[in-house]
Ligand binder design. Structure first.
Ligand SMILES: [Zn+2]
Length: 167
């Protein structure tokens, strides 16, 4: 009796169903946290992950969620390999996923072209409101519901929203 070897596509499909604990509208793949999936000749599955920023406390939860989902999907004993190089960039979030963030009231991180401006943007609080699109917003707290998000408020529509940190 030979244990069937999991196909990489099966692993990827299961990972599509693993939501990020801090940004639950996006899967770990949509966020770009999952960098690679390796299935070796013996069938051992390794999932390569890159946290959105080093020291992100959620990465342990994410690893556990990935292993649990794969186990439930019939792929036990998956290993997680964490890599910090290259560093995660918000460019790894595709356009559709950015729309999901916006729809959930979370301002998507600025793209890499403006990456150098992120700190400046945060200080000026010129973050676009996900509800009304106004840039008349301010950061109320560097830490929102989780360390990965800042709490902002829109002066135009008065709605609070969260900014997903890009660095
Ligand atoms: Zn607004």
């Amino acid at each position: 009796m030979v244990t069937p070897i999991a196909a990489r596509d099966d692993v990827l499909r299961i990972l599509d169903g693993v939501m990020d604990p801090e940004v639950p509208v996006l899967s770990v793949r949509e966020l770009g946290i999952v960098r690679d999936v390796i299935v070796d000749d013996a069938g051992a599955v390794t999932v390569v992950v890159t946290p959105t920023y080093s020291g992100c406390p959620a990465i342990r939860v994410i690893e556990e969620d990935i292993v649990a989902a794969l186990t439930n999907g019939g792929i036990p004993n998956a290993r997680i390999r964490t890599t910090y190089a290259p560093a995660w960039t918000s460019d790894w979030i595709p356009a559709e996923a950015r729309e999901k963030l916006r729809a959930a009231g979370i301002a998507p991180p600025e793209s890499a072209e403006s990456g150098a401006l992120v700190q400046l943007v945060r200080e000026r609080a010129a973050v676009e409101c996900p509800w009304c699109g106004s840039r008349d917003t301010e950061v109320r707290s560097e830490f929102g519901s989780t360390a990965c998000k800042s709490l902002c408020v829109c002066r135009a529509c008065l709605q609070p929203f969260e900014l997903f940190k890009s660095i």
